[in-house]
Design a protein around this ligand. Structure first.
Ligand code: GLC
Length: 570
């Protein structure tokens, strides 16, 4: 039953087939310069005490998201799943995992977010399903050469009885990328064995995803985050290259057998047609791990419209690196007519408050394996730099994606016990990579009580005692908290927002990144450790001294701090 469509006035309707397109009322605010907040549902809030976050939990925390002032919420997968890869192994793309809620509760969440003017983005996982998906189970049962197997990438093994894999390819999480099914056939899984890759040459696969996009759009979803958007279409013609040939990095610009092939854009053109069936049109953002010069294809207005740019996420907190990354990405966005995106943290990487607490060049996976003690993180410096980087990013033209918990300044939990780890990376890499669980530990809402307010049960990943220091409750009403900084910055950004351009200040001290947006909004970041003079203007925000009184007294910019200033013309 489509309760949302009946009840929620914010749910835009779909055009009938005979209806002529009406003039656009407005593009969704998601389009170009939004602040999008990523919720990892299993770790956000647990309403029923089973230790897993759920949809009613998120609904109960909508006031937190509204007070933060975000434009949209992106929900990582909440679909039925065995959680072999944290929900990115999807059994059924048009349902809700019973442990997480129901479709009716999804509608309630959409209505609650829409009531606050917050848009809803859901994750679409089109490269693979789970091995529990109905079509994959049918494929296994139907046997070699069957039409059922044609929906996935099955291939005869090498050797007389197909006993050897079709190639020596490695999966992203470690181990072989081909899995035998016992009858001489092997299937391809670029990720875990529980995530068989779809065959995107198959019309039924293409059609099924169009159905999924309409299913969620009809329920009021405003946009989609497209998982592994660069890998769907494949050219597996013989002879398959070896892993060494793939690793050589020469198969680029569309010549790799499964990464960033040009044909993938036909898929997204068809998706675009679906997005345009709606008013306002649905939006999308591609998770495409491709070189910067290939990103615009994914972000094109005929395609998904936006693509994540992970370049900042890989930079050190260094003025030269930050500026180069921003310049390069703004130039690319300009050339292609798209807007830029900025990401410092997400559910796949070590949180930025921790990355910046470590010496530049630290091998993060090796550091996690050592339990996060060697080298010892400088937690205060990490937080200072994280706040400075976030304030810089929020002043940039384009959309900013925030990850749950970063508004609390949460560090990574680096010392999870091996027995608690869930990320398939841990097992698949045979214990040589710990994986991503440290950024997925359930949020601390209160400073005491069961699971620090996450829920009454024991959380699916244990929270360390020090999480209490970062609790929302503790930061609420605390004028110098990281939460207060995020709220103030996001509110100011909405007020100061201007066309998507900036002008660099070149005559600045070493270690300083300074630019001015149209309308007299200047952002200056001092990544050095000594104070520098402030440029002209009234300081309206600083990632260091934060209260009105402190801002009024600020005569210079402390080290590892960002300030925003406005000039009278604003
Ligand atoms: C994306 C997701 C990641 C997942 C992978 C496979 O990179 O962000 O969490 O493991 O795709 O679906």
């Amino acid at each position: 039953m489509r309760r949302a469509a009946a009840r929620d006035p914010h749910v835009p309707r779909r055009r009938g087939p005979d209806e002529r397109p009406r003039p656009r009322r407005r593009r969704s605010r998601l389009g170009r310069q939004a602040v999008v907040y990523q919720v990892y549902p299993r770790s956000f809030a647990d309403s029923d005490g089973d230790g897993l976050g759920d949809l009613p939990g998120i609904t109960s925390r909508v006031p937190h998201l509204a007070a933060l002032g975000v434009d949209a919420v992106w929900l990582s997968p909440f679909y039925p799943s065995a959680l072999a890869d944290g929900g990115y192994d999807v059994d059924d793309h048009r349902d809700v995992d019973p442990r997480i809620g129901t479709l009716a509760q999804f509608d309630d969440l959409v209505a609650a977010l829409h009531a606050h003017g917050i848009r809803v983005v859901v994750d679409i996982v089109p490269n693979h399903s789970s091995d529990r998906h109905r079509w994959f189970r049918e494929a296994l049962a139907a046997g070699p050469g069957s039409p059922e197997r044609a929906r996935y990438v099955f291939r005869r093994g090498l050797g007389a009885d197909g006993e050897r894999p079709p190639s020596d390819w490695r999966a992203v999480f470690g181990g072989p990328a081909w899995e035998p099914v016992g009858d001489g056939d092997w299937y391809l899984h670029l990720f875990a064995p529980e995530q068989p890759d779809w065959n995107w040459d198959h019309p039924e696969v293409r059609e099924d995803f169009l159905t999924t996009l309409r299913f969620w759009s009809d329920r009021g979803v405003d946009g989609f985050r497209i998982d592994v958007a660069h890998a769907l279409t494949k050219d597996l013609s013989e002879p398959l290259p070896t892993q060494a040939e793939l690793d050589a990095g020469t198969l680029v610009d569309g010549r790799h057998p499964y990464e960033d092939r040009d044909a993938v854009h036909e898929v997204y053109r068809a998706w675009r047609a679906v997005f345009e069936e709606y008013d306002p049109p649905r939006t999308a953002v591609a998770e495409a791990w491709v070189p910067a010069h290939r990103r615009a294809r994914y972000a094109s207005p005929e395609g998904l419209g936006q693509a994540f740019n992970f370049d900042l996420l890989m930079d050190d907190p260094d003025a030269g690196q930050f500026r180069r990354t921003v310049e390069e990405n703004l130039a690319l966005a300009r050339e292609s007519g798209t807007s830029s995106t900025w990401v410092l943290s997400n559910h796949d990487v070590v949180r930025h408050a921790t990355r910046y607490a470590l010496p530049a060049g630290t091998d993060l996976q090796a550091w996690l394996l050592r339990g996060g003690t060697d080298p010892a993180p400088d937690v205060e410096r990490g937080l200072r730099l994280a706040r400075a980087a976030t304030a810089l990013v929020l002043a940039l033209p384009g959309s900013t994606y925030l990850y749950q918990g970063e508004e609390l300044g949460l560090p990574e939990v680096a010392d999870l016990d091996a027995a608690d780890l869930q990320d398939p990376t841990w097992v698949r890499s045979q214990g040589t990579e710990k994986g991503r669980d440290g950024c997925r530990v359930p949020l601390p809402w209160s400073a005491s009580g069961p699971a620090l307010g996450f829920g009454d049960g024991s959380p699916h990943l244990p929270q360390p005692a020090w999480f209490a220091d970062y609790a929302v409750e503790r930061q609420e009403g605390e004028a110098t908290s990281t939460l207060a900084l995020y709220r103030r910055a996001i509110a100011l950004r909405a007020r100061l927002q201007s066309p998507e351009t900036l002008e660099w200040a070149d005559d600045v001290p070493a270690g300083v990144v300074q630019f001015r947006r149209p309308g007299g909004w200047t952002s200056v970041t001092n990544l050095g450790t000594s104070p520098v003079p402030l440029p002209a203007g009234r300081v309206v925000l600083s990632s260091g001294p934060q209260t009105e009184d402190q801002l009024a007294l600020l005569t210079e910019l402390p080290g590892e701090t960002t300030a925003w200033l406005v000039t009278p013309s604003t």
